[in-house]
Design a protein around this ligand. Structure first.
Ligand SMILES: Cc1ncc(COP(=O)(O)O)c(C=O)c1O
Length: 427
C-alpha cells in the first residue's frame, strides 16, 4: 500500500474519481445505518430475558435482611445486591452504596452535591470563584456534559497508551486548588478501549492535590466487558491503593449493570471510603426512601453471584467480538499503510477510536451521513465538543446487525479516503 501523501496529484485525482463512483453507488441505496451510540443490540438484550421470569406472583420477595421488597425499607441496597456489585467493582461490601438505574445519574448527583453542599465539610463549590475538572481526552461526552452543565471549567489532559498523561495530572492537581476532580474510565476506556497501567493507578493513588476536596471520578463502566477469553486487560483496584497511600477519601468509584443486563433498567452503585459514604448517605436519605428493591432482587436471583455475571458476559462477548473484528479487519484491509488514519485494537468495552488526518474528522462524519450512516458527532469526545485537531471519531459497533455493520464500515472507509484525498489535494 502506498501512503496517499506519496501519490502524485494525477494519481490522487484518478483515485478520487474511482472512489467517488463507489460512493455514489452506496449512496443510491438510500441506507439508514447507525454507528453512533454504544447501545447493546437486541440479541444482547435477549441474553438477559430470563430475568423476566425469576420473579412471579408465587415468589418469596423477602431479601436476606428479611425485608419485604414490595414495600419501603433498606435505603442503600439489599444485602445480596451489595455483595454482587461489591464483587463486580472489587471492594468490600461495606464500601458500597447501591442506587437506582443509572451510574451517570449517580455521577451527576455527586457533582451536584459537591456544588451545593461541598465534599465532607469543605466549602460548597458554588461558593468558589472557580471550579475546574481534568478531562482525559478523548473521553466520554456525557461526563463532559455534566461538568459543563454546572459551569465547571474543563482542562484537557492527553491520553497515552497507559491512561492519562500522569506528569500533567500530577503537576496540575498539585499547583491548582481550583481543580476538584478528574473524569476517568480506567478500563476499556470510552472511546479508546485503553486500560490504565499499574503505574498509572499507583500514581493516581499517590496524587498530592492542592484541594483537599479533590476526587477521582473512577467510572468503571466496563470492568467485566472483555471481548476475549484469553486476552483480557487487568486493572489494579484503586480504592485499596488509595488506602495504602493514605488517600482513601480521594476516589469515588462508579459502576452499573447497564451493559450487563438492561441499559436503563439495570442497577448502579458507588464505592468509596466510609467517610465519603456518610456524606453520600446523608444526601440519599433526603432524596429517596429507597430504590427499586424488586429490580435488585431480580438481578441477584438471575445472576446468583459474580461468577454468574462473568459467565453471562462471555455470551455478550460472543456477539460483540465478531462485530469488533468486522470493523477492525475492514479498517486494516482498506486503510492499512495509507497513512490517513490510525486506530487501536481494544480487548473489551464498547468502542473503537479512530484518528483521521488533522482537520478531517468533521468532514468524514458529514460525508458518511450523506450515504446514510450516522456516526457520533466529531468533537463529541472532547470537552465543549471541541476537538482542537479535528481528528477523533468514535465508532460504536454494538448496535447494528453484522450485515449492517459490514456495509456501514465500507461507507466509513470510503468517507475517510475521499475526505483525506480532498485534504491532500488542497494542501
Ligand atoms: C463510560 C460510561 N459510563 C457510564 C455510562 C452510562 O452508564 P449508566 O447507564 O449506568 O448511566 C456509559 C454508557 O455508555 C459509559 O460509556
Amino acid at each position: 500500500m502506498t501512503a496517499y501523501r506519496d501519490l502524485s496529484r494525477e494519481e490522487l485525482l484518478l483515485l478520487k474519481n474511482d472512489l467517488e463512483e463507489q460512493f455514489q453507488e452506496v449512496k443510491a441505496k438510500g441506507l439508514n445505518l447507525d454507528m453512533s451510540r454504544g447501545k447493546p443490540s437486541a440479541a444482547q438484550l435477549d441474553l438477559a430475558m430470563g430475568m423476566m421470569d425469576v420473579l412471579n406472583s408465587e415468589t418469596d420477595l423477602r431479601c436476606m435482611e428479611g425485608v419485604d421488597c414490595r414495600n419501603y425499607g433498606v435505603l442503600d441496597g439489599i444485602g445480596e445486591i451489595k455483595q454482587l456489585l461489591a464483587d463486580l467493582i472489587e471492594v468490600p461490601k461495606d464500601n458500597i452504596v447501591v442506587f437506582g438505574n443509572s451510574s451517570l445519574n449517580v455521577m451527576y448527583d455527586t457533582v451536584a452535591r459537591s456544588m451545593t453542599h461541598g465534599v465532607m465539610g469543605s466549602t460548597p463549590w458554588c461558593k468558589l470563584d472557580k471550579v475546574k475538572f481534568l478531562c482525559p481526552v478523548p473521553g466520554y461526552d456525557r461526563h463532559f456534559a455534566i461538568t459543563e452543565h454546572f459551569g465547571i471549567e474543563m482542562i484537557n489532559v492527553p491520553m497515552t497508551d497507559d491512561g492519562p498523561d500522569m506528569d500533567v495530572v500530577e503537576k496540575l492537581v498539585a499547583e491548582d486548588e481550583a481543580i476538584k476532580g478528574i473524569w476517568c474510565v480506567p478500563k476499556y476506556s470510552n472511546p479508546q478501549g485503553i486500560t490504565y497501567s499499574d503505574e498509572t493507578v499507583h500514581r493516581f493513588a499517590k496524587l498530592q492535590p492542592a484541594a483537599k476536596d479533590f476526587r477521582i471520578y473512577w467510572d468503571n463502566a466496563y470492568n467485566i466487558h472483555h471481548l476475549y477469553d484469553d486476552k483480557q486487560d487487568y486493572l489494579i483496584e484503586i480504592l485499596m491503593e488509595c488506602k495504602k497511600a493514605g488517600n482513601e477519601d480521594m476516589v469515588y468509584k462508579f459502576c452499573s449493570t447497564s451493559k450487563v443486563s438492561f441499559p436503563g433498567s439495570g442497577i448502579a452503585a458507588i464505592a468509596a471510603s466510609d467517610a465519603n459514604l456518610v456524606d453520600i448517605r446523608n444526601q440519599m436519605k433526603i432524596q429517596t426512601i429507597g430504590h427499586d428493591k424488586l429490580n435488585q432482587l431480580r438481578h441477584v436471583r438471575f445472576y446468583k453471584n459474580i461468577h454468574g455475571m462473568v459467565e453471562h458476559m462471555k455470551l455478550h462477548a460472543e456477539i460483540l467480538r465478531p462485530k469488533f473484528e468486522t470493523v477492525l479487519n475492514t479498517l486494516e484491509r482498506e486503510l492499512g499503510g495509507l497513512e490517513i488514519g490510525s486506530w487501536l485494537r481494544p480487548r473489551g468495552g464498547y468502542f473503537i477510536s479512530f484518528d483521521s488526518m488533522e482537520g478531517c474528522a468533521k468532514a468524514i462524519v458529514a460525508k458518511a451521513k450523506e450515504a446514510g450512516l450516522i456516526m457520533t458527532p466529531a468533537g463529541a469526545t472532547f470537552p465543549y465538543g471541541k476537538d482542537p485537531k479535528d481528528t477523533n471519531i468514535r465508532i460504536a459497533p454494538s448496535y447494528p446487525t453484522p450485515e449492517e455493520l459490514a456495509v456501514a464500515t465500507e461507507i466509513f472507509v470510503l468517507s475517510v479516503k475521499l475526505v483525506s484525498i480532498e485534504k491532500l489535494l488542497n494542501a
